[in-house]
Write a protein that binds this ligand. Structure first.
Ligand SMILES: Nc1nc2c(ncn2[C@@H]2O[C@H](COP(=O)(O)OP(=O)(O)OP(=O)(O)O)[C@@H](O)[C@H]2O)c(=O)[nH]1
Ligand SMILES: [Mg+2]
Length: 357
């Protein structure tokens, strides 16, 4: 018997008057879902009439709480995705067509976590811009971001990198750790509490699964020991898995999520770049474009060293991408429309015997 409360469930999540039982999704394998419920580990499939019908229910993902019609001798039926307290989404361009127009759908890839561990390796490809992007996504998710700099055993001194990360990680903790030697792991104790869920994000090879194992004190996730650090793109972890550690904290280990694009990061951007956005109200003109207007607080902050030029450029870049992402649905619609009118024009031309020279 498993107690779902240990898995972060709270009876307030339960809708009234339902006979179905709650469960948490621990992994997704195509159309089959691994679940934990009061009867222990089991499998489930989506109830077609609910998930593929009109006004369809949001597809569940790893970390989701769902309602199931329990089946003790086979796969249970998943009948509802309960409201999420946090989530990571990406654009799903898999070609859902509505009539003639392709739509961009939100695809939720992890849900109901308390902390996001943004992981970057200290020895290879340490990239502040990438950390800034992850921070924006993490703040948007509804959870609390924490920056974890991995493989501290491979560098002489990481003080400079820690302080560089602290400068960009406004409001988030920054920790250097080593899964190999155990260095810095004790400092994470505040996050490793029973009933809490942490999602690990970071490029392939930064040591996400190795840290899961170091925290668990045993090998629960596969790690490819022989691969070189720079063998990027070779994903050892291939799907998102929620694991319960002996200490009672849960971790959603993920494959290097390079595919995680910007999906509606309006509030995440404001939190990740609160230092930048706090300048906005101080410009002389309320509609300041921060280009050549007199009395621009951004220009002044850059001139007097309060704000770095790189930080401002990162902000503009991420905001631009986020806007593009928000506009993608419209962009695709326009593209379809344009293609349609080109096709019409070409059909008409053929009928009229081609273009006259
Ligand atoms: N020296 C050292 N090597 C480490 C450390 N953590 C991980 N590694 C090595 O880095 C490589 C990648 O580790 P993984 O834990 O598989 O990385 P991952 O982030 O889970 O990668 P994906 O599953 O592909 O996304 C392995 O060869 C690990 O042994 C560390 O703290 N120190
Ligand atoms: Mg892994």
């Amino acid at each position: 018997m498993a107690d779902l409360i240990d898995y972060g469930f709270n009876s307030k999540m339960m809708p009234e008057k339902v006979r179905d039982i709650p469960a948490r999704i621990t992994a997704v394998h195509r159309e089959r879902y691994e679940l934990i419920c009061e009867y222990g580990h089991t499998y489930g499939r989506l109830k077609t009439s609910i998930y593929y019908g009109e006004g369809c229910e949001s597809f569940p993902t790893t970390g989701d709480f769902v309602l199931v019609q329990y089946n003790c001798s086979g796969d249970s039926q998943i009948v509802k995705t309960l409201e999420r307290k946090s989530k990571f989404s990406r654009n799903d361009f898999s070609g859902h067509a509505v009539g003639y127009v392709k739509t961009v759908k939100e695809q939720v890839v992890a849900a109901n976590f308390d902390y996001v561990f943004i992981m970057a390796s200290l020895n290879y490809d340490f990239n502040l811009k990438r950390i800034e992007r992850y921070l924006t996504l993490a703040w948007q998710s509804g959870a609390i971001p924490v920056v974890i700099l991995t493989k501290a055993d491979l560098v002489e001194d990481c003080a400079e990198q820690v302080s560089a990360a602290e400068k960009i990680a406004t409001g988030a903790g920054v920790y250097a750790v080593s899964a190999k030697t155990g260095y810095g792991i004790d400092n994470l104790a505040d996050y490793l509490k029973p009933g809490k869920t942490i999602v690990f994000l970071g490029s392939s090879g930064v040591g996400k699964s190795s840290l899961v194992n170091a925290l668990a004190g045993e090998e629960i996730m596969a790690v490819n020991e022989i691969r070189e650090d720079d063998s990027r793109g070779r994903h050892t972890t291939t799907h998102r898995q929620l694991v319960m550690l002996p200490a009672g904290v849960m971790i959603i280990d993920t494959p290097g999520m390079r595919e995680l694009g910007m999906w509606d990061v309006s509030s995440g951007l404001g939190e990740a770049f609160s230092d930048v956005e706090s300048c906005f109200g101080k410009c002389r003109f309320s509609d300041c474009k921060h280009k050549s207007e007199p009395g621009c607080a951004i220009k002044e902050a850059i001139a007097n060293g309060e704000l770095s030029k790189e930080r401002w450029d990162s902000y503009l870049q991420i905001r631009h991408e986020a806007k593009f992402s928000d506009d993608k649905a419209g962009f695709l619609r326009n593209k379809e429309k344009r293609n349609k009118s080109i096709a019409k024009w070409s059909r008409q031309n053929k009928k009229n015997g081609g273009i006259k020279k």
